[in-house]
Design a protein around this ligand. Structure first.
Ligand SMILES: CC(C)(COP(=O)(O)OP(=O)(O)OC[C@H]1O[C@@H](n2cnc3c(N)ncnc32)[C@H](O)[C@@H]1OP(=O)(O)O)[C@@H](O)C(=O)NCCC(=O)NCCS
Length: 178
């Protein structure tokens, strides 16, 4: 499927709510346990207005929003402004046709061109599709957190995968292991 990626706008939020809440109800991709309401997504978009960090929508040629992705700061502390958590969600009816890959490619390029040093994909241990998506794009596993959540009656692990942009480091620095 051919999609265009652009900044998320208010008019996208109804579909984004549907996409996210489908993942809440039927997957372990998120450890939210109940669907989120309109007010949550209005605040979410307000919190993703930074130039480097933001929310981005994947739009099909007929204008349908088929997925979205975010670059989010790990914490508001200013020293963290060189890294971001990357997250991608695709509408269940449009999964498996390349939308997630297109979004991930866009977010990686955006992060690189905005000078970030590291991206993190924090992925549920059992989410093979998401791992495949990010590993294929150069993300390497750098850590894990075991049994940090409970969903559908099962303890859940998180696997941390990272991609580095060494060329964005100060010229006398390197990233260990890259
Ligand atoms: C994970 C997700 C974002 C992937 O997006 P997508 O548009 O379905 O993925 P793509 O079509 O771009 O495919 C990405 C890779 O996963 C593979 N894949 C897609 N669907 C798959 C499936 N059901 N099972 C196994 N692999 C699958 C594709 O073959 C592709 O690998 P390849 O490039 O080596 O062929 C999407 O499935 C989704 O939104 N899932 C629910 C939310 C979620 O898990 N988000 C990630 C949170 S970190």
């Amino acid at each position: 499927m051919t999609v265009t990626v652009r900044r998320t706008v208010d008019a996208d939020l109804d579909v984004i709510k549907d996409i996210y809440n489908a993942a809440v109800l039927s997957t372990t991709a998120t450890f939210d346990l109940e669907p989120r309401d309109d007010a949550y997504f209005v605040e979410w978009l307000t919190n993703h207005q930074d130039d480097a960090f933001g929310a981005f929508s994947a739009v099909a040629s007929d204008g349908t929003i088929v997925g979205y992705g975010t670059l989010s700061t790990l914490t508001p502390r200013p020293g963290y402004r060189v890294s971001a958590e990357v997250s991608v969600y695709v509408h269940p009816q449009h999964q498996g046709v390349g939308v997630g890959g297109t979004l991930a490619d866009y977010l990686i390029t955006h992060a690189d061109t905005h000078g970030l040093i590291a991206l993190l994909a924090i992925i549920t241990g059992t989410n093979a599709t998401s791992k495949r998506l990010f590993i294929k794009r150069g993300f390497a596993r750098t850590g894990e957190m075991r049994h940090v959540a409970l969903k559908f009656g099962e303890p859940q692990d998180l696997h941390i995968h990272q991609l580095f942009f060494p060329s964005n480091l100060p010229s006398d620095q390197t990233v260990a292991g890259t």
